[in-house]
Design a binder for this molecule. Sequence first.
Ligand SMILES: NC(=O)c1ccc[n+]([C@@H]2O[C@H](COP(=O)([O-])OP(=O)(O)OC[C@H]3O[C@@H](n4cnc5c(N)ncnc54)[C@H](O)[C@@H]3O)[C@@H](O)[C@H]2O)c1
Length: 324
Amino acid sequence: MADPKILYLSRAEVERANLSMKEIIGLLEKAFLEKGHGNVEMPPKPGIHTMPDAFIHAMPAYIPSMRSAGIKWVSGYPENFKRGLPYISGLMILNDVETGVPYAIMDCAWITAMRTGAASALSAKYLARPDSETVGILACGMQGRTNLEALACLFPIKRVYAYDILPEVQEKFVADMMAWFDFEVISVKEPKQAVVESDLVVTSGPILKHPSPAIEKDWLRPGAYGSAVDFDSYWTAEALAQMDRISTDDHNQFQYYKSVGYFQQTPDPYADLGELVAGLKPGRQDEKERTLAINLGLALDDMAVVPTIYRCAKEQGLGTWLTL
Ligand SMILES: NC(=O)c1ccc[n+]([C@@H]2O[C@H](COP(=O)([O-])OP(=O)(O)OC[C@H]3O[C@@H](n4cnc5c(N)ncnc54)[C@H](O)[C@@H]3O)[C@@H](O)[C@H]2O)c1
């Protein structure tokens, strides 16, 4: 019998497979529809923790209709930037659904960045006003970039307000986004300026168990939507209490995080993204609602995207074949 072969894709090769953000949003929508109907296997993610506020998580999922089964082994280290290393790093493994044999291994950083932005935009499709045209980005790192890219796929964006604690990161973000997109991107000096004028607000700084949140009650205006990529790290209890609707991507994982100390002052979400996509729970009901998505990041998001990356990479002859 021939030895099973595994395709290894580096981060650069994953990117060269060239999936668009629009395709990724579409793949997530299919996967969340399946989740809404209970057709996905996804146990809660176990993790180990070698440093304060850091994690290494195991994230398995199986989406039968997409013939996708596998796991992400991903770390998030908030102090890494001091060593010139990325916050998020790790690997994905894909398994054949009939034999269980692994057939692909690839870097997970680009996928994690893109699918997280895609999940924010997909939530916004159900919870934001379709005519939303201003965006506030609080933290202009990788997630700030991909969240904006994803929102720009679905909304008629005209103006963006950008804030980061590091002025040089903020300036580079502004310059890059102005070069990539048609809309105006404005640097602001305080988090408040990025929130009060915006229809769509993304907070994407470090996830902290004991944060000192900045966003106060009434900063998010009526009719606006927030995406808390960094959990509740940026939002005060009063601002959270003012939301008309809070969604998440998975109720069980939300309760798990709550049990280990996060979200102590966050009201329980009324819907998860699967329920929204499947039409089992209503999205935004009027022009005035303040809505917030707290997507925790699911193995489902990754497994929705990775088989397509594998197929595109294979077609393009990318990667290195290894023997198991
Ligand atoms: N929910 C999810 O699915 C999901 C998935 C991936 C990453 N994340 C989280 O998103 C966050 C950002 O990840 P990333 O890959 O973009 O990291 P990154 O290192 O690329 O960017 C983080 C940025 O935050 C800035 N920053 C730090 N504190 C800030 C503050 N108080 N206000 C404004 N800016 C601040 C930093 O200067 C940096 O530019 C992390 O907390 C990560 O754990 C969430």
